[in-house]
Every structure is written in C-alpha cells, then in structure tokens.
Design a protein around this ligand. Structure first.
Ligand code: NDP
Length: 276
C-alpha cells in the first residue's frame, strides 16, 4: 500500500525501491544540484535518479555525504550511457560512476537506451556486477516489448525495472501490461511531461475537485497505476508539492478521464528510432 514518501515497491528480486524519487536530469550546475538534492532529502525523499549522461553524479555523491541521512537509508540509481555500452566498457563506466558518486555500491543500475547490437553484452556486464554485489538490482530503460523479449531470451537475470517515458499523453498501456505480466516494475520518466500538461482542462478540473494541483493529480494517477515516479524539480516548493500526493485518492471516474487523455504522444525519442 502506498502511504507516504517512504513507501516502497518490492522488486522481483526482493529489493525495495521508494515509489517516489527525485529525478536530477538537467541539474548541471554543481552547487545548485547539491543544494536541491539536500533539500529533497530533508523533505523526506529517499531515492535519487541520476545517470552518467547527466554529468552530476559528483553532485549526488556530495549531497548524500552532506545530508543527515546515511547512504544506507537512500536509494541511488544510475545508468550506463549509450557510448559506453558493450561488456568491458560497461564495467569501466560503472567504476567511473561509483568513483564520481564516491560510493561503493549502487542500488540500481540501468541500461539507459537499447543500443542495437550492444545491449545484450551490456546486460551481461550488469549481471556480473549484480552477482558481485556492487549493485543491488539491475534493470533497463526505454525498452519496448521486443527489446525485453530479446533480452530475456538470452539472459539469466530478468530486469527488475523498465524506466520509460510515461505520462497521461503517453500512457503505455500495453507495455505496462507486458511488464506487469513479467513482474518487471514500471518507472515513469518525465512523469509530469516536463510541465507541458499542467494547463490541461480535464486535469485542472480533477485537481480543483480534490483541492490539489494538476501535477499532484498526474503523480497520483501514476501511483494508482502502481508506477514508480521520479519527478524532477530544482525548487523546494515544487519538490514538496510533488511529494504531497499520499493524502487523497482519485476515483475510478477520475482515473478513466485521465486515461482518455492518451494520444501515444512522445516528447522524448522513440526507442526504435534514436540516434544518440
Ligand atoms: P518531469 O516530468 O519530472 O518534469 C520536470 C520539469 O517540470 C522541470 O522543468 C521542473 O522545473 C518542472 N516541474 C517539476 N515539478 C513541477 C510542479 N509541481 N509544477 C510545475 N512544474 C514542475 O521531467 P524529466 O524529464 O526531468 O523526468 C524526470 C526524471 O526522469 C529526470 O530528471 C531523470 O532523472 C529521468 N529521465 C530519464 C530518462 C531516460 O531516458 N531514462 C529521460 C528523461 C528523464 P523546475 O526544476 O524548474 O522546478
């Protein structure tokens, strides 16, 4: 049951990840990022989602060190970037991420995108890191059903998580069902569509009814779909707003109305057609 900021989702390997975490994409200024992450931790956030691409693993590490919450009480995710994919280069990229974070393990390590011809070897490297215990759980990001089928047909470990673009304009119904059927947790990136849906009339109507904001309504919709969320904000007031989603429930009618906003619209790249 999702009760509060500390509520967790139990992954298929038994590891528990907080339902709500802080995304840190585009927090590039070091001091600003350290300060924002410390603010989130002070507000009760337990999970931070970074990636080598974001160029802020040092900031995450420093914020964790300077916070009053011990490393062992936090959940840290990073990702291997596309140009580092392949077996040996992934192992090197992981070491580099740990060094920047100044940590001796990660809670979750993800393949950032399904780079054709590479992600299978990348996954073998993640399996090795998992066996060695330097990462507590391994997963993927931006994988469609066919990527997941392909990966699972040729590997020992099943990904615990698939982190994908997911919001009311891109509800990913069939991928969510596929993941559910394979016990793979779904984690939403751009969960509030980078703020692009906050003027949407249906969301505003539902928000007014509950005395909440459109961002809170979207985040609550995710939780009620059993989706893990990592909204990003640099602002304390928005981090707080994004975390105040445990004291109300959307009705079945609200959920249906939000579901009907889906138009399969991506704001990010299509995992079958990306060139980075
Ligand atoms: P989000 O949907 O989290 O939106 C973030 C944007 O919305 C920022 O501009 C933020 O501004 C603004 N915002 C946040 N909260 C509010 C609010 N309550 N009201 C109004 N505006 C708000 O998008 P992201 O793309 O950042 O996704 C979240 C995280 O997902 C990333 O940070 C990253 O960790 C991960 N991600 C993963 C990807 C992948 O390929 N695996 C791809 C993209 C993201 P401000 O900061 O100024 O408050």
């Amino acid at each position: 049951m999702v009760k509060n900021l500390q509520s967790t989702f139990k992954l298929h390997n038994g590891v528990e990840i907080p339902y709500l975490g802080l995304g840190v994409y585009q927090m590039e200024d070091h001091d600003e990022a350290v300060s924002a992450i410390k603010t989130a931790i002070n507000l009760g956030y337990k999970s931070i989602d970074t990636a080598s691409l974001y160029n802020n693993e040092e900031s995450v590490g420093q914020a964790v060190k300077e916070s009053s919450v011990g490393r062992e009480n936090l959940y840290i995710t990073s990702k291997v970037w596309n140009t580092d994919q392949g077996y040996d280069s992934t192992l090197r990229a992981f070491e580099d991420s740990l060094k920047k974070l100044d940590m001796d393990y990660l809670d979750l390590y993800l393949i950032h995108w399904p780079v054709a011809g590479k992600y299978q070897d990348t996954w073998k490297a993640l399996e090795r890191l998992y066996e060695e215990g330097t990462v507590k759980a391994i997963g993927v990001s931006n994988f469609k059903e066919h990527h997941l089928n392909d990966l699972m047909n040729a590997s020992n470990e099943k990904p615990v998580i698939n982190q994908v673009e997911l919001h009311p304009r891109l509800s990913q119904q069939s991928l969510r069902e596929y993941c559910h059927n394979h016990s793979i947790a779904v984690e939403a990136w751009s969960p509030i569509a980078r703020g692009k849906l906050l003027e949407e009339p249906t969301l505003n109507h539902i928000a007014d009814k509950h005395g909440k904001t459109p961002a809170q309504v979207i985040l609550r919709w995710h939780l009620q779909n059993n989706t893990i969320i990592i909204p990003k904000s640099i602002h304390a007031n928005r981090m707080k707003e994004n975390s105040e989603i445990f004291d109300f429930s959307l009705t079945l009618e609200d959920m249906t109305q939000i579901n009907s906003l889906n138009v399969d619209e991506r704001f990010g790249a299509d995992p079958d057609n990306f060139d980075f």
